[in-house]
Design a protein around this ligand. Structure first.
Ligand code: UD1
Length: 339
């Protein structure tokens, strides 16, 4: 069965391509390499002994999207990762984010509508909940006003899919709300490749550990949490990738209860920034140089998932611990700095 993975050379995309190929799917990757490297294809091939079919183009070019779907009429499902994801950048360049994250989504849905019957998985984010009132966060928690254009694209993206599914019963869609994906493939062949200075905690930690950055800034230790630092739900990217395959299989087997469903993907366990640092120190045997600085605007105090729905309905559960994920992130950091 042929599956289109947009953004399939990115961090979560590449790990998902591996899991899809491991399950016997034929994968076509579309990626514009704006935040990824062509070498990721070699990494995927080294792990799965199979090279995904690859087309390099920008999905904002609508005629190319149309031509792609004309050429690949046998596509059985689409997993849509291709999007921009830097919160700060989205504040500076909102139109880029709306075009990339929403314009492209519309183009793809228009093609799926033409097909009559189709299956679609969307990369959403726990950012849609903002600061939820109750922990852990269930899928029925209210959607709070977005803190950034990036967050807004995930909220509006979900609405676009929901509204489209309502009037196009042939489109079957699942939105997956990721908590904080970290780590790398245990083979050491693929992992996160942040461009420039990493904005996310774990790549910043591993880059500091390896000496590429001098010091980690911990954004605030006066939050109402046990140690005063923010709490997040860090999920191993391989666990996350496997959930995509489960969600796709659910649609392909017609097991979905409605043609638009939403699932949280996390571990269910919250960890503070200081606990993440301690995890790094445990698995690397190194002391991390860090200092406490002011809070980062827009950060929520805590966010961790209630994963009951994904556990029961998708039959999926995150297996890796924070230390497992951190160990893989650290191994990956050492590998990429050597090469
Ligand atoms: C961030 C985005 C979120 C997005 C996700 C995508 C914000 C407010 N949220 O999630 O919308 O979906 O990235 O990857 O930007 N931290 C430090 N020092 C650092 C970096 C982070 O102390 O140098 C802390 C943060 O304050 C936070 C935690 O580490 O408490 C995790 O931060 P990060 O990895 O950026 O993820 P989120 O903010 O949860």
């Amino acid at each position: 069965m042929k599956i289109l993975v947009t953004g399939g050379l990115g961090f979560i995309g590449s790990h998902t391509v591996v899991e899809l190929q491991n399950e016997g799917f034929d994968v076509v990757v579309v990626d514009n390499l704006s935040n990824s490297s062509i070498n990721v294809l070699d990494g995927i091939e080294a792990i799965t002994k199979k090279r995904p079919f690859f087309e390099e183009f920008d999905l904002r070019e609508k005629p190319k999207v149309e031509a792609f779907f004309r050429k690949h009429q046998d596509i059985a499902g689409v997993i849509h990762f291709a999007a921009s994801k830097a919160v700060g950048e989205s504040v500076e360049a909102p139109l880029l984010y709306y075009e990339n994250n929403l314009g492209v989504l519309v183009y793809i849905l228009q093609e799926l509508k033409k097909k009559g019957s189709s299956n679609f998985i969307f990369s959403s984010s726990c950012t849609v909940y903002g600061q939820a009132d109750k922990m852990p966060i269930t899928e029925s928690a209210p959607i709070k006003p977005a803190e950034s254009p990036y967050g807004n694209t995930k909220q509006v993206g979900e609405e676009i899919i929901r509204d489209t599914c309502r009037v196009n019963q042939g489109i079957h869609a699942i939105a997956l709300r990721y908590f904080n994906p970290i780590g790398a493939h245990p083979s050491g062949k693929i992992g996160e490749l942040p461009m420039g200075v990493p904005q996310n905690l774990v790549p910043f930690i591993t880059q500091t550990g390896i000496g590429l950055r001098e010091q980690l800034s911990v954004f605030g230790d006066d939050y109402p949490t046990e140690d005063g630092t923010c709490i997040r739900d860090y999920i191993h990217v391989v666990d996350l990738a496997k959930a995509h395959v489960r969600a796709l299989q659910r649609l392909l087997e017609g097991k979905n209860e409605s043609n638009y469903e939403v699932f949280n993907l996390g571990t269910g366990k919250g960890s503070s920034v200081l606990e993440v640092i301690q995890s790094f120190e445990r698995v690397s045997g190194k002391k991390l140089n860090y200092k406490i600085v002011d809070r980062r605007p827009g950060d929520v105090v805590q966010a961790y998932a209630d994963t009951t729905k994904a556990n029961k309905v998708l039959g999926w559960k995150a297996k890796s611990t924070l230390d497992d994920a951190m160990r893989s992130a650290w191994e990956w950091e050492k590998i990429i700095r050597k090469s």
